[in-house]
Design a protein. Structure first.
Length: 248
């Protein structure tokens, strides 16, 4: 909240909700984004960090579906095929039918990705209505803080200095990520930028192995490969389609 407020103050950005309907999408973005981060945090706490990140990275595919349902953006057959391929990859991570399959943390992580995809769609809608990106970030941050402040007070546990430092770094990293992804989804359709979101998986897997000693199993690795391949394939096909339209 403080970071977003400072950006708005320094750049003299008006606290505007844009055109008609902008405020509604800012609120929906805050609700969807809050559900997304809760689902992601819970999954990170109970799953291998790379698995949790991969489930969260289904958000671009959910964003495509919600863009069609809410914004009436056209979805091509190959995009639907890539969405189906991504969910196939998610099944390798969830592994329905196995003992750990369809575990509660994995389902929560999947719902977190769904919430994030819905939130990104609302970012796109709010941006189209003239709401400044930093205002969207401020409203989302303030909403989530106010929502969980009473619960935090009820179950507050004193933190060690190391825990406080990690939480502070988490907040700073999330702030930078929120500004970057808000700018991306404000200025471009989800189908154009989704592939770049998958770099998080590589960072999460490497950092998880380096600092937490976590090693994804073979089924998870197959799932990562399928989902990342779906994202790259959709990006390449979309780029090829745009090149053809420009030539025409």
């Amino acid at each position: 909240v403080v970071f977003a407020a400072l950006v708005i103050w320094r750049k003299r950005i008006p606290l505007s909700m844009g055109n008609e309907g902008g405020g509604k999408y800012v609120l929906l973005r805050a609700v969807g984004g809050t559900l997304g981060i809760v689902g992601n945090f819970y999954a990170v706490d109970h799953l291998v960090i790379a698995d949790a990140s991969m489930l969260n990275k289904l958000s671009p595919f959910f964003a495509i579906l919600f863009s069609f349902l809410l914004l009436r953006e056209k979805v091509k057959p190959y995009q639907l095929a890539c969405v189906g391929l991504a969910f196939l990859g998610a099944l390798f991570i969830l592994r329905p039918g196995s003992a750990s399959l369809m575990s509660f943390p994995a389902l929560v992580g999947l719902l977190g990705g769904c919430g994030a995809g819905f939130a990104y769609t609302c970012v796109r809608a709010a941006g189209n209505r003239g709401v400044p990106g930093p205002v969207i970030v401020l409203c989302f941050s303030a909403f989530s803080c106010l929502l969980f402040l009473p619960l935090t007070a009820l179950v507050f546990v004193p933190m060690t200095f190391r825990q406080f430092l990690c939480l502070l770094l988490c907040g700073l990293s999330a702030s930078g990520g929120q500004f970057a992804i808000t700018a991306a989804y404000t200025h471009a359709p989800a189908r154009e930028i989704s592939v770049f979101d998958y770099s998080q998986i590589l960072f999460a897997a490497m950092l998880g192995m380096l600092f937490l000693g976590e090693m994804p199993d073979r089924y998870s690795l197959i799932g990562y490969l399928i989902i990342i391949s779906a994202g790259v394939l959709m990006f390449r096909l979309t780029k090829k389609e745009y090149a053809g339209d420009a030539a025409a």
